[in-house]
Design a protein around this ligand. Structure first.
Ligand SMILES: Cc1cc2nc3c(=O)[nH]c(=O)nc-3n(C[C@H](O)[C@H](O)[C@H](O)COP(=O)(O)OP(=O)(O)OC[C@H]3O[C@@H](n4cnc5c(N)ncnc54)[C@H](O)[C@@H]3O)c2cc1C
Ligand code: SF4
Ligand code: SF4
Length: 1008
């Protein structure tokens, strides 16, 4: 990593800026990539708190002769958001909405606000900002403006250029300027305005180059390449100076305030999913379908459908709208009001019929329209469509789909020919690509699969680019139709626009930024797009060999595939979303790039490839990088490419523990299952820490356990595997079954429920027993006195060897059962789901595999039995409402449906699930003196306010022991495990009491 230290600049910035100033190698590494295949390490990073601080940063950079790179979400695909400059990150603090003018349908915002956040704020006014980029959850308005971004509905709403009214910006010399409409003769610009000379130059160039602009600027709507000189040609409809900044990629000025045009929110829409039996026919039909004036026509091709069908969460959606086996589907969307929508749908069906398509026809003209009027299904289909790129990127091999001809746009009449010819070019170069996205505007996305670590594939990339752009030029299309120029397209401007216009682009740059301060090397004077020195994987890039603990063999690269798994992050930034789903909960509080999966993956990649110096993997900086990762496993499910940071963190913790040993806190957490039997013998003593403030302070001082948190309370009546104290309930083994065979289950008591909340285990056994199951309790078979434990606490501190030992004990105990197909049921998500996730990656044995197949959460098992018609529980009404919070691992494994379904068996119970991310407790995370503030803030994001709002009669339900603790601490409410809710319902509302129902133990069963 280039290490040009700038102590003077860093010192001055730290003295003058209250925002974040980061010059360390880890931080710089995290800002060295965007969603392109390039990597350029910045000199440093500043996240200014205010626009004034941003201005001060620019001034200090100017004084030091340093170039600057403004940055939003860093989701650009063309390399425009990487440079060896001082990065100014607008996304953390510059997120203000200055004003919303509902009457005028306009608003003004700071550049760092994320599109989804803005639209959430606008929704109550019935307005939205309609440039609906796929990256809406993390793309900032500043980044969108500088890229002249466009969304799926650009057919109706156009690009940013059509939706920005004005921009306030800081110029290269520090002057502030307001870029807005100007009158002919610049009469509305005051005499001393710094914009006067710039505007004059732009208008002069526009006049001088009018002919070249007319000839060489593509006429397609999707043209974002070069500077928008056409806005200053004499025939332009208006002269708005802001247009020069739109698409200028941070090369001309730093935007500080952006005025936007707003639109009324979309109404109830309808969608026609037009099926085609041939891809060519689909492309050829797009020109006819747009005549019906839809708001979008989006393509999903066969490969995409197949890839999506391999992803569990997309399968139900595909089932709902895909008919037969189409080669391509065009999703045609209308938003014209109820009656007109229906008429347009009919017209669409008629047009498809006129074009010769029918589902009953076989051969080339097979096809037709599937109508989608349900809003939820439309959203789910849109999700499949917008996840298109990421679905493709989820391939694990070294070769990946590469973005460089990704967004060429051609006139619709040429679309079929263009796609056919480009597919042939791919084939000629031994690769392939999947087509998707904006058929309506002739801007289809396609990424050929290439391995940019290999010279031959880099050569293929150039050859494909040259052939593709030549075709696009012949069609009078645009080689840069959506994602901007960056490094990828700028080199080709001369070929596309001609020498004369490129000179004019340079003149614009030099007029605005004579010293080349702003994002140099983009749009003009760019490096070669295939200069491997600028690649994320440059020549000589290699992973360092390391001994890993888990199985990473599904991926390529060093560390048994660990490298390949880390490299799965393509920097698309989906982990930066702050609403919906779970990922990445700590980022939602801190808003630091360090605290998203992307930041962590980038740090890991740089570390294991030796770019962060020796021993970076076990360094304090790496520990800091992963400190706020709560191992929620949300990334495993929600990251479009499946980056599983929770699992990677185990490797890092293991490497660090091996090298540096464990801290006292880690020992206390990790070894809990070992000392718990002893602590439980003296509960009063073990609980003393919470009673005496001085002991709390001491534990904080010595072990880093926050004195502000109570610890779980030890008790004498721990669960002892005997079930001897359970109530004798109606029902007996086998009752409720359709046959006379008793059905068996194994109950696995986890450490937390065993020692701290045994009533959950009692309740589960009671319910299972009442449902007619023979309940065995898993018991050690190795002769050791200590009870079984899944090993989770050891995993969390990096003692993988101990975790493996514990897991092996469980496997030995339950193996005779799982061999017979008997389910192993647990209550704690992080425990039971570990047997399906980490344990198979840790232990290669038949027992581990069988356990992974038969380990079930309590509710999951019951839902399965209910679906098979085997569940007969005499449940009675209990309460009117249950508010459920899902444990992160339940969400990660898509298990919340099971929780809801099983609770709905309770008569009259209305079940609502809080739309919450992680509760914030996350095992030991919430106890740390250094993490408690973030932990509490995470709880406050949505869970705790929702619980506080619930009335006293509402049942609060949470299956995770940590979640219950957080709810107790943060909202002073008792949360119940779902097993307890069912047990209470069985008893007509009473809490499950003790009884004596002697049931066999797993260990005994195994021996029998
Ligand atoms: C999966 C995926 C899907 C995408 N889909 C779309 C899509 O549908 N439509 C689309 O148009 N794009 C799309 N993109 C590209 C990208 O997401 C958009 O261009 C987005 O608008 C970039 O926003 P950002 O905040 O990430 O900008 P960044 O990448 O952070 O920055 C973009 C440019 O803006 C400049 N910039 C940022 N802030 C300022 C400022 N204050 N002043 C001056 N310059 C500034 C930067 O220097 C850079 O040149 C997609 C990308 C990915 C990875
Ligand atoms: S971690 Fe996943 S979601 Fe985040 S940027 Fe990387 S690939 Fe995207
Ligand atoms: S495990 Fe959770 S906190 Fe950690 S990176 Fe993944 S989503 Fe973020």
């Amino acid at each position: 990593m280039a290490a040009q230290l700038l102590p003077g600049l860093e010192r001055k910035l730290k003295a003058e800026i209250t925002g974040d100033v980061m010059f360390d190698r880890f931080s710089r590494g995290r800002y060295a990539t965007d969603a392109s295949h390039y990597q350029m390490t910045p000199l440093g990073v500043v996240a200014p708190r205010t626009v004034e601080e941003a201005e001060r940063t620019l001034a200090l950079a100017r004084e030091e002769g340093v170039t600057v790179l403004p940055r939003g979400g860093g989701t650009s695909q063309s390399g425009q958001t990487v440079n060896q400059s001082l990065v100014i990150d607008c996304s953390k603090y510059l997120t203000k909405i200055y004003e919303i003018d509902v009457g005028e349908k306009r608003c003004t915002v700071e550049p760092g606000i994320v599109l989804d956040d803005l639209n959430r704020a606008l929704k109550p006014y019935g307005l939205w900002f309609p440039v609906d980029v796929s990256t809406a959850s993390r793309a900032t308005i500043g980044g969108m403006a500088a890229n002249n971004s466009c969304g799926g509905r650009s057919l109706r709403y156009g690009t940013m250029r059509d939706n920005v009214r004005s921009i306030d910006a800081v110029l290269a010399d520090g002057a502030r300027a307001h870029f807005g409409p100007v009158h002919a003769g610049l009469s509305n610009l005051p005499a001393g305005s710094p914009l006067r000379p710039l505007a004059r130059t732009l208008l002069d160039i526009g006049l001088r180059e009018a002919d070249a602009i007319e000839r060489r600027f593509p006429k397609v709507q999707r043209r974002v390449g070069g500077y928008n000189l056409d806005a200053f040609a004499p025939n332009a409809p208006e002269h708005n100076l802001a247009h020069i900044l739109l698409g200028s990629e941070g090369t001309l000025a730093f935007s500080t305030r952006i005025e936007l045009k707003l639109s009324p929110v979309l109404g109830k829409r309808v969608m026609g999913a037009c099926h085609f039996g041939s891809f060519y026919e689909a492309m050829n039909s797009a020109q006819h379908l747009v005549r019906l004036k839809p708001i979008a026509v989006e393509l999903v091709d066969r490969t995409m459908l197949e890839l999506a069908s391999e992803i569990a969460m997309f399968r139900p959606t595909l089932k709902a709208f895909v008919h037969g086996e189409p080669e391509a589907i065009l999703l045609v969307e209308f938003d014209e009001g109820e009656v007109e929508n229906q008429r347009r749908l009919k017209e669409l069906a008629a047009t498809m019929g006129d074009l010769g398509f029918g589902f009953d026809k076989h051969g080339a003209k097979w096809g037709g329209v599937v109508e989608v009027t349900d809003a939820a299904l439309q959203a789910a289909i849109a999700d499949v469509r917008t996840s298109g790129l990421n679905i493709m990127m989820s391939m694990k091999q070294e070769g990946k789909p590469i973005s460089f001809v990704e967004d060429c746009a051609v006139p619709l009449v040429n679309l079929a020919d263009y796609t056919q010819r480009l597919t042939a070019v791919f084939e000629k170069h031994g690769t392939r690509g999947t087509w998707y996205a904006h058929a309506s505007v002739g801007c289809l996305h396609v990424r050929p699969v290439l391995n940019l670590r290999q010279e031959k594939d880099v050569k293929a990339m150039r050859a494909i680019a040259e052939e593709a752009f030549a075709m696009v030029r012949d069609y009078k299309g645009s080689h840069s139709g959506e994602h901007g120029d960056g490094i990828v397209r700028s080199e080709f401007h001369e070929f596309m626009f001609g020498k004369e216009l490129v000179k004019a682009f340079e003149e614009v740059k030099d007029t605005f930024d004579p010293k080349g301060v702003f994002n140099p090397g983009k749009i003009v004077r760019a490096p070669k797009f295939d200069d491997r020195g600028n690649f994320r994987y440059p020549p000589g890039y290699a992973g360092q060999e390391m001994k890993t603990q888990l199985d990473w063999s599904a991926w390529p690269g060093a560390g048994g595939g660990f490298q390949g798994a880390v490299e799965m992050c393509n920097n698309n930034g989906a982990c930066r979303k702050i609403e919906g789903g779970v990922m990445c909960p700590s980022y939602r509080v801190t808003r630091e790039e360090r605290d998203v999966t992307r930041g962590r993956a980038n740090s890991l990649r740089l570390a294991i490839t030796g770019q962060l110096g020796p021993d970076a993997l076990t360094s304090d900086e790496m520990a800091e990088t992963l400190k706020l990762c709560v191992s929620c496993k949300a990334c495993r499910r929600e990251c479009p490419t499946g980056v599983d940071m929770a699992r990677m963190k185990i490797e890092v913790q293991a490497a660090r523990a091996a090298k540096r040993g464990l801290s006292l806190r880690d020992r206390l957490v990790g070894y809990l299952p070992r000392y718990a039997p002893h602590a439980a013998k003296f509960p009063a003593l073990a609980n003393a820490r919470d009673r005496y403030p001085w002991l709390r302070s001491l534990s904080e001082y010595l072990a880093g356990l926050s004195g502000r948190r109570t610890l779980p309370q030890w008790r004498a009546d721990v669960f002892d595997d005997t079930l001897a104290s359970l109530p004798h309930l109606p029902g007996h083994v086998g009752e409720g079954a359709n046959d006379n065979e008793p059905r068996e289950v194994v109950l696995l008591a986890d450490t937390f429920n065993r020692y701290f909340e045994r009533e959950n285990l009692d309740a589960a056994a009671t319910v299972l027993h009442a449902a007619g199951y023979k309940v065995h309790v898993a018991k050690p078979v190795d002769g050791a006195k200590r009870p079984l434990c899944c090993g989770r606490t050891f995993l969390s501190v990096g003692r993988v060897d101990e975790a493996r030992r514990e897991a092996e004990r469980v496997i030995a105990a339950v193996e005779p059962f799982v061999k017979r197909g008997v389910p192993v049921i647990g209550l704690e998500p992080s425990c039971i789901l570990g047997f399906r996730d980490e344990v198979p990656a840790l232990i290669k044995s038949e027992g581990a595999t069988l356990l992974s197949m038969h380990a079930l959460m309590f509710e999951e098992f019951l839902v399965r039995e209910a679906a098979a018609g085997r569940l007969n529980l005499p449940l009675k009404p209990l309460a009117k409402r249950a508010l459920v919070h899902g444990h992160c691992h339940q969400k990660s494994f898509g298990m919340m449906g099971a929780v809801e379904r099983i609770l709905k068996l309770v008569p009259n119970l209305k079940v609502e699930t809080v739309d919450s991310s992680c509760c914030g407790m996350a095992g030991a995370f919430g106890y740390g003196a250094d993490t408690i503030d973030v932990s509490l803030a995470m709880g406050e994001l949505s869970l705790l306010p929702a619980v506080r709002k619930a009335d006293a009669d509402t049942l609060i339900v949470a299956d995770g022991t940590s979640c219950r603790h957080q709810i107790h601490d943060g909202a002073q409410r008792e949360a119940l495990h779902v097993a307890r809710v069912l047990a209470m319902s069985l008893e007509g509302g009473k809490r499950a009491a003790n009884s004596s129902s002697p049931l066999p133990l797993a260990g005994e069963g195994a021996r029998a």
